[in-house]
Write a protein that binds this ligand. Sequence first.
Ligand SMILES: [Zn+2]
Length: 141
Amino acid sequence: MLLHKVVSGSPKDSDCDIEHPDLVAINDQRLPETWASMSEEDFAKSKFFHYTPSAIGYTQVFKDKDGSPLKEMLSIHFFWFDFDKTGIAVVSDYWGGKVKYFRFGCDHDFHEVYDGVLRGRCLHTYECKKCGSRHTVDSSD
Ligand SMILES: [Zn+2]
């Protein structure tokens, strides 16, 4: 797979050990089940501009989500954010002179959880209602 870990902001040329069903699909040159288009505005407001990706990759995709052939091959640059197991992809339409934006992974629906663990006044834990992903935020900054 042409997927490279990002270490200290620079791509590292090595095999990637991040495992996720969506990355397996992309490695198989197939669109992941969670593949969805984003508007340019959604992309501009996305985590792409707020977080450093854990891995980046480039591939050509020939198959749709169900494995059937796409009408046209997609040339995909993708960015994986391992902290929430999601990705963002940019797809070039060379002949049309356009760029399209996509996301994949869970479309998280986070809500704050109180599990009885005292974490301090400024630590808040959130859990996704769809996939169960959890993260804790320190709001004291
Ligand atoms: Zn989720």
